[in-house]
Write a protein of this length. Structure first.
Length: 466
């Protein structure tokens, strides 16, 4: 047993590595740690220390040495060939210099004193398990609208639910697909196969949790690890964004305006495939994210026809977090990884607070041409068009049609049945795009109510229409 002690001062590096020599014949490596938590002045963060492990292959950013990360969720962990604590990867314990990675998330003015105890046990190694991953296709309905929640945390990071418990909650929420997105680890990937079954598609991935914001690596190849040890100023992010796409996944900045330390997304959206606009219960930072996303829809500098779709996810960790609130409803050719990601990438989707809310949104020209969510209605600038939203499951909610000029139409509340049809007429010269919002009633006059659902836009006319 070895005990390592030290003190980190305010302004310490983001990550500190403690070397541990692992001799031949080691069967298990076990780590526990503590650190002090002195009182701090009001408004000053106290100490918070994350922890992880890198093996003899080294700690280079983007290198192969990663063996696990638990952040601040655990005070101890172990790794063996045949098993490991959730969040860590089982496998051989090759001799050499391993490293305990410490991440001082916040440091009190008095400093952060830590004590790390490493216990190495000799013996015959167990047999490393062969990972079994969930299937990339589930039983679906062919072409249709599929509901999913792509930001979920299990006990492999700072969640409190097992994959099986999350899958049960996903089914209860009416979801067809779910995304595994544990912080900075892929350890859960090999634990979803039994939970998935043939009726729930599980998209593997990771929430890449940097010091300058969080981003979902959504639907990557099984076992794909994306490093997080950089800031926006380091200019490493574009490399890792490409790595996510090379692994078949989507790049989705998460809760981009969240106010927790290090949570707001700083590297920009140039590398993004979609943006998580609604995260968990609707809060003011979601309202800001919605407005910021809307401002990007026809921003200069986009390639012709290019735009950034919006998503909504629960970010559920533990009770009482609700899996499937909100959920993204995507039009896909089938219930498969490839088809769902294609629908999300194209923006053929809307976001709803629950399974009870269903939308059908189209824009139709007087001459009969029609486009749906995420589509483009290519007609002349002065052509009359009708935006039509059909709603189910939203009692007393009001409808707003939003364009590049802002909110140009607001309806009265829907009936208590929750069903209704709302139409609004415009032209491409007046509205570059139209999207729909469904809001709960508010007692504050002109202040918009809590969100019940919103769609991605339908674009009108040619890009250079005048």
């Amino acid at each position: 047993m070895t005990t390592l002690r030290g003190t980190l001062a305010p302004g310490s590096p983001d990550y500190v590595y403690l070397p541990v020599e692992v001799p031949p014949g080691t069967r298990e490596l076990r780590v526990s740690y503590t650190y002090d938590r002195p009182a701090t002045p009001a408004g000053t963060p106290g100490n918070a220390l994350d922890i992880g492990l890198f093996d003899e292959r080294g700690t280079e950013v983007g290198g192969p040495g990663f063996r696990g990360w638990s952040g601040g969720a655990r005070t101890e962990f172990f790794v063996r060939a045949d098993d490991a604590t959730p969040g860590y990867l089982p496998g051989p314990l090759h001799p050499g210099t391993w490293h305990i990675a410490l991440g001082p998330y916040t440091v009190a003015p008095q400093g952060l004193s830590y004590e790390v105890t490493v216990t190495l046990t000799q013996g015959e190694p167990g047999v490393a398990p062969q990972p079994v991953y969930p299937p990339e296709r589930a039983r679906g309905r062919g072409r249709g609208w599929y509901r999913g929640d792509c930001h979920l945390h299990s006990w492999h990071s700072d969640g409190r639910r097992t994959p099986a418990e999350i899958a049960a909650l996903a089914r209860a929420a009416g979801l067809d697909f779910a995304g595994s997105s544990d912080h900075n680890t892929t350890a859960s990937h090999a634990h979803w196969a039994d939970a998935a079954g043939d009726d729930l598609l599980v998209l593997l991935g990771e929430e890449v949790t940097t010091r300058n914001g969080h981003v979902l690596a959504l639907g990557t190849d099984p076992g794909t690890f994306v490093d997080w040890r950089y800031r926006a100023r380091d200019r490493r992010w574009p490399h890792f964004a490409r790595a996510i796409r090379d692994a078949g996944g989507l790049v989705v900045p998460a809760h981009p305006y969240a106010d927790c330390v290090g949570c707001a997304w700083k590297p920009g959206v140039a590398e993004a495939d979609a943006l998580e606009v609604w995260n968990g219960m609707w809060t003011p930072d979601d309202e800001v994210a919605l407005a910021a996303w809307d401002g990007l829809l026809i921003a200069p500098g986009h390639e012709e026809g290019a735009w950034l779709p919006a998503m909504g996810n629960s970010d559920a960790h533990r009770d009482p977090d609700v899996v499937g609130h909100p959920q993204t409803v995507v039009l896909a050719e089938e219930l498969s990884r490839q088809a769902i990601l294609a629908g999300l990438r194209a923006g053929r989707s809307y976001v709803a607070e629950s399974r009870t809310v269903s939308l059908d949104f189209t824009v139709t020209a007087a001459s009969g041409e029609r486009a749906g969510i995420g589509g483009r209605l290519a007609v002349g600038a002065g052509t009359p068009v009708t935006a039509r939203l059909s709603v189910a499951g939203a009692p007393r909610c009001s409808v707003r049609f939003v364009t590049d000029q802002g909110v140009l139409f607001s309806s009265g509340p829907l009936p208590v049945s929750g069903a209704g049809v709302v139409e609004w007429r415009t032209t491409p010269a007046y509205a570059a795009y139209v999207r729909a919002e469904l809001r709960h009633e508010t007692a504050l006059g002109p202040v918009p109510g809590m969100m019940a659902a919103f769609t991605n836009p339908v674009f009108l006319g040619a890009v250079d229409a005048t």
